[in-house]
Structures are given as structure tokens and as C-alpha cells.
Design a protein around this ligand. Structure first.
Ligand SMILES: Cc1cc2nc3c(=O)[nH]c(=O)nc-3n(C[C@H](O)[C@H](O)[C@H](O)COP(=O)(O)OP(=O)(O)OC[C@H]3O[C@@H](n4cnc5c(N)ncnc54)[C@H](O)[C@@H]3O)c2cc1C
Length: 341
């Protein structure tokens, strides 16, 4: 039962020395303090939807975050401030906000995992990121052994980045406070595929509930919604981040390669496009690992994969992209006891 494959959406990962379940914020802090005092390695586990854990497992204490609860402080001028415990399910929370008449999280519908996992890599989808709505993050700081609150401006949010990710193993997210508008219209639609699906122009708004349904539909088509009955969906979502490269390197790419200019003058391109144009094919298999039949960026467990198989498939994809375009694909998924070098 201590096998971590039972706790990850990829369904791989060997045994943990110990797994404890933190049902409250107090328990979470106590478990972390106790493990730190005993000098045991700690792995904080949310929904396991962004993790690739080695077949050897984890030689330490895995602390699963299962704290629940949210507190709504609504005022008509500034909208709602909602503090949510780290162990709440992300998509259930998004659905609840919409049911209660709040807007702004609709584009992030259907992302698996916990609320506490959301600020770690600043989850994003369909043109929006969690950082647009996060007001505060309460954490336990393992270095100074104190509970702290980060204002959004101090979280160093970027594309799939935050201080909680860059200062690895230092902060345990206890709760996240979101500031949401009360309203029925979505944030502006900035993602071309979503705008097309909704029949609106880029920059338009649409009813929040319609946007949520559209996002869920698009995600289901791509195998980007969790569904335990569907093996094509045993993945950790996008395996690689979209590379951000210099303008000079972007100019060397073929004319039809996606290019999204960044505020610092660099250019973001599409990892999926690079993979497909470097010969990585949907459905391609390597032992038990498989490139999803629906989305080239999702590396899946076809049923019997070991972590080692997923790593080999990831390295093969990286190598092809490097050989064809000279661009290094970097993992979005957090690797535990493994690396891609
Ligand atoms: C089908 C699918 C689709 C996905 N689509 C998207 C998408 O569209 N956009 C996107 O951004 N991501 C996506 N993901 C990735 C993933 O869902 C998110 O990154 C999610 O936020 C991870 O949350 P989690 O609770 O599962 O974290 P886990 O996978 O359990 O952990 C991920 C990392 O966060 C750390 N962590 C988790 N909780 C805490 C905490 N409370 N305190 C401190 N550290 C913590 C862990 O130690 C680990 O390093 C997708 C994944 C899947 C499987």
C-alpha cells in the first residue's frame, strides 16, 4: 500500500519508507516538523498529478496533503476573497466558485491536483494563469521553522514558476487566498483555439459557465481530463514546458512554428509543435510508456510502465528535438529520484 504508484496520476513510483496523511493544517505542520527534526527526507504530495517518481520509490516520509475547508469573505466592492486549504481538490474548488457566482477561474477548469499544488508551478491553461487571481499564499517555511504569508507580488510567479518551486523543498503551502470577481462574464478570451470553439473574437468575454464547459470539452478531446476508466489518460499532463528562446533562435525556426513574444524580448514556442516536427508521433510506444494518442505532449503509462520507461521516452523526445532544432526541452513534471540528463 506504500507504493507511490497508487498516489500518482502516471501510476508509476516505487515504495515510500513511510506515508502519512495530513487531514488538517496543524497535522501538516506537525508532520513536517517531526520529519525535519528526525532528519528524514520529506516529499510533500498533493494529487500526484505533476510527479514522476522513480521505481526505487522514496526513502523518507511522504506527507499527503488532505486538509480541507474554505472561508469566503465577500464584499461587493472588491469581489470575493476566498481562503482555501491546500488539500482541497482544484477543480471542485473552481466548480464551486462558478456555482457561487464568481468569475476568473473558468479557463483553469479541469486541471487535476490540489489547491496547494496550484501556486507551485503557477498552473495555467487556455491563456490564463492561477497567479492572476492569487492574493496570498500561507506557507510553513522549513528553513526558519515559521508560518509566513506571501503576498502575490512576492511569490515570483512566472510561466510555470514560483518561489515555492525555485526554492525547492523550503515551503509547504498551507492555504491559498484567491481574489475573484463576482460576475457572469469570463476574463477576456485570449487563446485562439478556445475563442474559435466559443465562436468569439480574441479579447471578447463569454458567460463563465459556457467557458468552463468549452474548456472541459477541449481538455477531454486531448486526454487532458482525468478519467480512471481511460488508460490514455494515465499521464502527468504536459510533460515538457514550452521553451522560451532568444529572438535570434526563434528566427531560425521554420516560418510556421508558433511564436509567442514575451515581455523581455524572448520568444516562447510550442513544445508540442517541436516534438511533432522532430518526428515524435502520437501513439508511439517505448516499453510500457506511450506518447498519448491525443496529445503529443502527454507521456502516458499504457498500463504496465515503469518510471524508467517514461524517462527513456522523454529522453528520446528530447534528443530528437535537440537534433532537429537545437532546442532543449525541459520537464514540466517534477522528477523524484530521477533526472533527464
Ligand atoms: C491530465 C492532466 C492535465 C494537466 N493539465 C495541466 C494544465 O493545463 N496546466 C497546468 O499548469 N498543469 C496541468 N497539469 C499538471 C498538474 O495537474 C498541476 O501541476 C497541479 O497543480 C499539480 O498539483 P498536485 O496537487 O497534483 O501536485 P503534486 O503532483 O502532488 O506535486 C507537484 C509538486 O508540488 C509539490 N507540492 C504539492 N502540494 C504542495 C504543498 N501543499 N506544499 C508544497 N509543495 C507542494 C510537490 O512536492 C511536487 O514537487 C495536468 C496534469 C494532468 C495529469
Amino acid at each position: 500500500m506504500n507504493r507511490l504508484s497508487n498516489f500518482t496520476t502516471l501510476g508509476v513510483g516505487g515504495p515510500a519508507l513511510k506515508i502519512v496523511h495530513a487531514h488538517s493544517e496543524d497535522e501538516l505542520v506537525q508532520f513536517v516538523k517531526a520529519a525535519d527534526e528526525a532528519n528524514e527526507p520529506v516529499l510533500i504530495l498533493g494529487g500526484g498529478s505533476n510527479l514522476l517518481i522513480s521505481d526505487a520509490g522514496f526513502a523518507g516520509t511522504v506527507i499527503r496533503v488532505e486538509s480541507k475547508g474554505n472561508a469566503l469573505d465577500y464584499d461587493a466592492c472588491s469581489g470575493g476573497m476566498i481562503e482555501v486549504s491546500a488539500g482541497e481538490d482544484w477543480d471542485k474548488f473552481v466548480a464551486l466558485t462558478i456555482e457561487k457566482g464568481f468569475a476568473d477561474l473558468e479557463s483553469l477548469s479541469g486541471i487535476p491536483g490540489t489547491v496547494g499544488g496550484a501556486p507551485i508551478q503557477n498552473i495555467g491553461a487556455y491563456g490564463h494563469e492561477a497567479s492572476e487571481t492569487i492574493a496570498r499564499v500561507r506557507v510553513y517555511d522549513r528553513k526558519v521553522k515559521e508560518i509566513k504569508t506571501f503576498a502575490a507580488a512576492d511569490c515570483k510567479f512566472g510561466y510555470r514558476e514560483s518561489i515555492f518551486k525555485s526554492e525547492k523543498d523550503r515551503y509547504v503551502v498551507l492555504s491559498v487566498t484567491f481574489q475573484l470577481r463576482k460576475g457572469e462574464q469570463s476574463l477576456p478570451i485570449t487563446y485562439a483555439e478556445l475563442a474559435k470553439h466559443l465562436g468569439v473574437n480574441i479579447g471578447d468575454r463569454a458567460p463563465v459557465k459556457t467557458v468552463r464547459s468549452a474548456v472541459l470539452e477541449l481538455r477531454a478531446r486531448k486526454g487532458m481530463l482525468l478519467d480512471s476508466s481511460d488508460k490514455q489518460i494515465m499521464s502527468a499532463g504536459s510533460f515538457f514546458v514550452n521553451p522560451i528562446i532568444s529572438k535570434a533562435d526563434a528566427d531560425k525556426l521554420p516560418a510556421d512554428a508558433p511564436r509567442w513574444p514575451q515581455p523581455d524580448g524572448k520568444v516562447k514556442t510550442s513544445a508540442a509543435w517541436l516534438m511533432e516536427h522532430a518526428g515524435v508521433a502520437k501513439g508511439e510506444k517505448l516499453a510500457g510508456a506511450q506518447i498519448s494518442e491525443r496529445h503529443v505532449l502527454a507521456l502516458t503509462n499504457s498500463g504496465s510502465a515503469k518510471a524508467e520507461d517514461i524517462v527513456k521516452l522523454a529522453k528520446t523526445s528530447q534528443k530528437r528535438v535537440m537534433e532537429k532544432f537545437g532546442i532543449e526541452l525541459k520537464a514540466e513534471v517534477q522528477l523524484i529520484g530521477l533526472d533527464l540528463n
